[in-house]
Design a protein. Structure first.
Length: 174
């Protein structure tokens, strides 16, 4: 009898900041072409109004509820940290609950993730993943970062500068 192995694509917990960064750069549909899955907590549904949350779900975004223990942890974090928002803290707690990386560009959320031992990846990492997966070109990634900056989105400068240099070298642009 032959057995077939089914490979489950990796799962990433994504916050509203990263979604908005990609939306501002016209990359939201491209995000769901990656060979992975994305999930948010049910608290994020109320925070994401544009595009309509149902559009993101139609593209492939999943929603997961926090366990009762995770809700208690969220309440503790809300008491301890005035920033980030409760919705952003909820995805951090979800990432911890499902033991998967958190995708965020929110500096306050990154600070809390580091303090609580939650693995995180930034917006530039996500763009690099899109380039390496051949979902977008390095040129499109560079122009997308420029669009984000024009819309007052601020991915980490140092991380992005290094990533842009790699893309330019890859393309023979530098």
């Amino acid at each position: 009898m032959e057995r077939h192995c089914v490979t489950v694509p990796p799962l990433y917990v994504i916050d509203t900041n990263a979604i908005i960064d990609l939306l501002e750069a016209d990359l939201i549909a491209d995000l769901f072409l990656l060979p992975c899955r994305f999930v948010v907590s049910d608290f994020v549904q109320k925070e994401l109004l544009h595009p309509p949350f149902t559009t993101l779900v139609d593209l492939g975004l999943s929603v997961q509820s926090l366990s009762q223990d995770s809700v208690h942890e969220l309440m503790d974090l809300i008491d301890r940290y005035p920033h980030p928002s409760y919705a952003d803290l909820s995805v951090l707690v979800l990432a911890k609950q499902v033991k998967r990386p958190l995708l965020t560009g929110d500096r306050a959320l990154i600070h809390v993730a580091v303090a609580h031992g939650v693995e995180w990846c930034g917006t530039c990492w996500l763009l690099d993943y899109m380039v390496n997966s051949r979902v977008i070109t390095p040129e499109k990634a560079i122009s997308s970062l420029q669009k984000m900056r024009l819309q007052k989105r601020n991915p980490p400068q140092d991380e992005c500068r290094q990533t842009i240099l790699q893309w330019k070298k890859y393309q023979g642009l530098f």
